[in-house]
Design a protein around this ligand. Sequence first.
Ligand code: PEP
Ligand code: MG
Length: 538
Amino acid sequence: MQGKAVSEGIAIGVLTVYRKHIRTGSITGHLGSVDEISRFNSARAEAVKQLEQLRDTATKEGNNVNVALLNSYLVMAQDPAYVEAVEKRIRENPLPAEVAVEKTRDSICRLFSSMDDEYMRARAEDISDISDRVLRILMGQNHPVVSVPDGKVILLADDLTPSETMQLDKDSILAFVTRRGSNLSHTAILARSMNIPAIVALDYPSDCDGKMAIVDAYSGTLIIDPTEAELDSYRKRKEELELREKTLAALKSEECMTLDGKHIGLMANVGSIEDIKKAVEYGCEGIGLFRSELFYLDRDDYPSEEEQFKAYVEAVHMLDGKELIVRTIDIGADKQEPYMQFKHEDNPAMGMRAVRYCLGHKNVFSTQLKAIMRAAVYGPVSILIPMLISIEEVWQVRSVIAEAKTELDREGKEYRECRLGAMIETPAAAVISDLMAKEVDFFSIGTNDLTQYTLAVDRQNTALEFICDYHHQAILRLLNTIISNAHDNGKKVCVCGELAADTTFTGDLLRMGVDELSVAPGSLLKVKQAVRGSRIKV
Ligand code: PEP
Ligand code: MG
């Protein structure tokens, strides 16, 4: 079956279809049947309320498919047979509400999933969804827990949100295959940063749980139930690739320099402390893009200044004198959590995200800036602002930084001033990059968003991927403009979008004058190899 490879690699293993199931684990306490039944029913009432809210939003959006789906969940949540099945378990066994819901879910799902009737099989999904929602409420969890069976598996999912991808235990995943997603979706980016092979836009059959498969995340192929010959050939290919990895590993301590002697800064894009460890192992010269918003996902409230400060200090220590560039939170669009209370937007990718969100939520922004500046006492830390469209925004950012410094002075906390960089990832910022270069200390080009906004192609939309050409003439012209404007003002330019890891394009980027490249840890060595094979003067 064919999809789109978004994170290179080969995996051979058993398929597991990811269902947003949650497990009760070791809950043992029991309040007595009457109280457990009322706990179950109030959690169910809360679940119904949540589903009704979701349905109302879907109705407003005109999303008929979601309205129908949510309606069927609502019917199931109020189905007397379902309610009675759970209550009976609580009464007769007796069990805590959580365990009764889980057991009812598992037994009904087993029964329905084995039926020939497609309609009944679909009802198993409804039971799962409603039961998991009730369970999360009972267990006080606001987020789906990603459960993966023991051992290493190839994970199949309709789609994974960035926070779900982050929750996965990386050591148990051989590869991802999703039905939705695109090369530039954040899940694909996370898969690359986790160095896990991934294919998106592949419509796998629903009944392949537990089957053996090969994921070829070079060509984007999934082979279910492979023949012995196929297994043999892929095992050999895997060995060859491992050998190639070893050759690349030998480059770890070599300089990132072109054939004609220009040093290119080789930095890493990371989303967690764990990624930084990997980046350092692969010999990065610093962190060019710390996607700090990932700290803010998969939780119920904003991280405190102290919590962020500690994490940044840990990163600084791990980097041991190498630069850490923290991209201030780029939340909004596909990266948001209920506690952030985003209002519904018809077009969130062009909505309240990144610097716009920060300037509209100055307390949140200032807390992050204070943590970053305090961490800068322990090593070189810079601040990078995403999604800028005007120099006025840079001035506003500078004024929030100034206020944050005043607060830190007042609180008697030690800090250091940080270099301030602009992400150039909107056509507006690119076109006024001559003015922008005068306002900041460095540029980092986010080619993912720059491509999305220049070509007016949603980076998440699989159907449009065929025109999402990040080598488009318009992008190349903008890159030239940005780089020459930066250099005319004595500022350095890094490319931190996915284009930086495209080794077929490394030579071209370097000849345009790019000073630094920032890529996922898993791409550092192959990019270094490409730089070392490139010549700037032709
Ligand atoms: C980009 O847009 O190119 C970028 C690096 O930022 P992100 O992918 O996190 O939006
Ligand atoms: Mg971006």
